[in-house]
Design a protein around this ligand. Structure first.
Ligand code: N01
Length: 567
């Protein structure tokens, strides 16, 4: 147990199993779950329990303790907004916070709002069954707890079930195996070791850069070169933080009105020159390069917004690729390695990655780029990794191979709705929901950052708080109107599924393989998993709430009695 866990008063240890009737049960102590705990308990006065499998709060930030883990959303807006006092009190040290600092923030939130007493750590929900006659959920855990609750809020995280490709031989490898999404709590010593890291998404790029500094030799296994640009991380001075804190309410309102729930030239760290209102096609080569160059040096996601058509126009996207190729060629000394790092797919089909020294890493004599596209991995062996053409002998293998995104965690819990239907079965051909928050046949089950919500295409904390707010308002509406339960109308749900997929199909995201539509997992049913455009989503949610929840069946006690008499 780490110091952090030992200090946590909610660490479960060998606590006795509990049986309790509650208003709300929340599953998952990431940002979504903590926001829900605060909203339901402190603002609404409900009895609440929060169940978490890990030994501490933090969700994905708890598990992603790999070397180099860092957020790629600016610290000034990657924080909970529910308390102006909290916003005022907390100071970030860097433009992009590292994982330990984010965990320290989360611990601060837990302490500050006395959350631990209602959290049950090291506890995994094993089943949740809907009792239709009483409109209640019966939830069981692996510690023998039994909860009988009105509302079940699943905040299990959109990127929380790590994915490992099913290469044979994993049991035979005699060295150490790690996954970036389940990094051990104990220190991992890779000093001087031969290490293979598989995958060059955000996790792989960050971990490889850090590990290359201590490994004896690092083999970086890349299948697709991603779009990777400098973070330009730096210390965050007080005056920049104050400039945001002093106008926080106004700025937050601006962020929630954008498609990504993020600042658009409203942070002190935003480039004032790269306006993003021109097409990459309307400027000449020199001007285009000057804008790209400025965006590249300014860092963060500035390149993303350097022109207004990078994510829309094929030629514009190509210009970005060509610029990145020229940059790589100036940094990476070996032309063969440089060429392999150049992305060829449309700009934006995979999530933009922020780096700090990643390209420079390939100039080190202890780092080798292995191209899995031309020479795929066939198996793991007792000594390492076998591709079609080579054997790599290593002491440790790190999977940075991503997640079974959005549906992975929910699909692994035995959630049974009306008529004992299993959520996993209902979603077998792709998720079905209304607003990504509720699922037909599963009354009073609410999802935070669920599939078909915009969370993973937006600032996830902003989206979490928006959804938690919507859920809390819906529940208040039920109580105020003496209603027992709600669930989507079938037609409204069918329309939502259609809309989510139509937006996905019309977008850049479906022009390449990625986790946004399940293409990263062998055998996963292809379905677009995210709603595109947070601002429009928020407006739809607000409108539904303001109009008395059209598209949802609202069940009174009398309707429940009639239904159970019929059964
Ligand atoms: O996972 P990924 P991630 N054979 O899915 C490769 C968030 N995040 O953990 O590109 C060979 O992006 C795969 O190759 P390819 C963020 O939203 C944020 O890095 O599919 N290779 C790819 O290189 C992010 O998008 C932060 O060809 C295989 C890699 O593994 C999301 O989490 C930090 C393979 C997986 O990349 C996931 O990022 C970390 C196979 N069978 C994560 N299967 C920050 O805030 C997979 N790969 C900075």
């Amino acid at each position: 147990m780490t110091d952090r866990e030992a200090k946590s008063p909610a660490t479960s240890g060998n606590r006795p199993a509990e049986t309790a009737a509650l208003d709300v049960l929340i599953v998952g102590a990431g940002f979504g779950g903590l926001a829900a705990l605060h909203r339901f308990r402190d603002e609404k006065g409900y009895s609440v329990r929060l169940i978490e499998a890990a030994s501490g709060a933090g969700g994905v930030w708890y598990w992603n303790g790999y070397p180099g883990a860092r957020c790629d959303v600016e610290s000034l807006q990657y924080a909970l907004a529910f308390s102006p006092d909290l916003t005022r009190e907390w100071n970030w040290t860097e433009r992009f916070a590292a994982q330990p600092e984010i965990l320290a923030y989360i611990d601060y939130v837990v302490d500050r709002f006395d959350m631990a007493k209602d959290m049950r750590l090291e506890t995994r929900v094993t089943s949740a069954r809907y009792d239709a006659a009483n409109a209640r959920w019966k939830v069981e855990t692996d510690r023998g707890d039994r909860y009988d609750v009105r509302y079940l809020v699943m905040a299990t995280g959109p990127l929380s079930t790590p994915y490992t490709p099913p290469w044979p031989g994993q049991d035979e490898f005699t060295g150490q195996i790690y996954h970036t999404g389940r990094w051990p709590r104990e220190p991992v010593d890779l000093k001087g070791k031969r290490v293979a890291i598989i995958g060059t998404g955000s996790s792989g790029v960050q971990a490889a850069t850090a590990i290359s500094k201590e490994a004896g030799h690092l083999f970086v296994f890349q299948r697709t070169p991603h779009h990777i640009v400098p973070a330009a991380n730096r210390p965050l001075p007080d005056d920049e933080q104050d400039a945001v804190k002093n106008r926080f309410a106004e700025l937050y309102a601006q962020w929630t009105a954008t498609p990504a729930g993020m600042a658009w030239r409203s942070l002190p760290t935003d480039d004032p020159v790269v306006t993003g209102d021109k097409s990459a096609l309307e400027v000449d080569d020199a001007e285009r390069d000057a804008i790209f160059e400025r965006a590249w040096n300014y860092g963060g996601t500035t390149l993303h917004r350097s022109f207004n058509d990078l994510l829309i126009d094929e030629r514009a996207s190509q210009f970005a690729n060509e610029f990145i190729a020229r940059k790589i060629a100036t940094i990476v000394r070996d032309p063969g390695t440089a060429a392999k790092l150049v992305p060829t797919q449309y700009y934006g089909t995979k999530r933009l990655i922020l780096e700090t020294g990643y390209y420079e890493m390939f100039n080190r004599s202890n780092v080798t780029l292995v191209d899995m596209k031309s020479d795929p991995i066939e198996s793991l062996t007792p000594a390492g990794i076998r591709t079609g053409k080579q054997d790599f002998e290593v002491d440790a293998i790190i999977f940075a191979t991503g997640y079974d995104a959005l549906t992975g965690s929910l699909g692994r819990i035995n959630i049974r709705g009306q008529d004992d239907a299993a959520l996993a079965d209902v979603w077998r051909d792709g998720p079905k929901s209304h607003l990504g928050i509720m699922v037909g046949g599963f009354p009073n089950l609410f999802l935070v950052a669920g599939p078909q919500s915009p969370s993973t295409l937006a600032n996830v904390i902003v989206a979490n708080e928006q959804q938690v707010g919507w859920i809390a308002d819906a529940v208040t509406y039920l109580d105020d109107h003496d209603l027992k339960a709600m669930e989507p109308e079938p037609a409204a749900q069918a329309d939502w599924v259609k809309e989510v997929n139509a937006r996905g199909e019309a977008s850049i995201y479906t022009k390449g393989a990625n986790w946004y539509w399940g293409a990263n997992i062998e055998g996963k049913s292809p379905a677009f998993l995210c709603f595109i455009n947070f601002a429009e989503y928020k407006a739809i949610c607000d409108d539904i709430a303001d109009s008395g929840y059209p598209g949802f069946k609202l069940l009174s006690g009398a309707r429940l009695e009639q239904a159970s008499a019929r059964d």
